[in-house]
Design a protein around this ligand. Structure first.
Ligand code: URA
Length: 211
């Protein structure tokens, strides 16, 4: 597993404003979107491309285009939805599949309550969107789900990770799997309530309100 913690002043700035508890939902949503676009630039570094012939107004030439099957973008409901536009902005031809997963705040166990993904993901590059990699259980379930359906490689795009969750994810997924985690920050630790410290609180609530 590769972990890419993106070191960029704009990423650091936007993340700092996101972390601030005084930041209102409207600004939080806008900043999360901008931050994901910056992370997506790095996360898509290995997207599959192939030579493609075109004619410029001046001359024929060969460039590169994203190959089929198009990448599959998988936001984890609910909080991952706040990251979707940031990724599709850079890969508008990508397809979008959804996984609804919820964590029990007492037991920290994860249940899948919705799934809208193709059964066959053979050869697909998948981008999983979930802002907070806390215990790692949600991403483990999502990555296993995609691999079972034949995904070629999986890149998880997160805003903040806990070191404990990264360790659990790494230990749970076979070494030969092409798995990458792209994040704006690896934080200090996970507290006893399963929150990342210092983190940014409940990402779903901050994006969409407490419902
Ligand atoms: N989920 C969140 O939204 N925040 C955390 O800190 C941990 C899990």
């Amino acid at each position: 597993m590769r972990v890419l913690e993106i070191d960029h002043p704009l990423v650091a700035h936007k993340l700092t404003v996101l972390r601030d508890k005084k930041t209102p939902s409207s600004v939080f949503r806008q900043l999360a979107d901008e931050l994901v676009t910056l992370l997506a630039y790095e996360a898509t570094r290995s997207v599959a491309v192939a030579p493609s012939g075109i004619n410029t107004p001046v001359a024929p030439t060969t460039g590169m285009k994203i190959t089929d099957p198009q990448p599959m973008i998988v936001p984890i409901l609910r909080a991952g939805l706040g990251m979707l536009d940031g990724l599709t902005r850079l890969i508008p031809t990508g397809e979008v599949g959804f996984l609804g997963m919820v964590r029990n705040d007492e037991t920290l166990e994860v249940t899948t309550y919705a799934n809208r993904l193709p059964e066959d993901l053979t050869g697909r590059q998948c981008f999983v969107l979930d802002p907070m990699l806390a215990t790692g259980h949600t991403l483990i379930a999502a990555v296993e789900y995609l691999l079972e359906r034949g995904a070629k490689d999986v890149t998880c795009v997160t805003l903040v990770c806990a070191p404990e969750g990264l360790k659990t994810l790494e230990e749970s997924i076979a070494e030969d799997v092409n798995l990458t985690v792209v994040t704006a920050a690896v934080d200090d630790h996970l507290n006893e309530r399963g929150y990342i410290v210092p983190g940014l609180g409940d990402a779903g609530d901050r994006l969409f309100g407490v419902v």
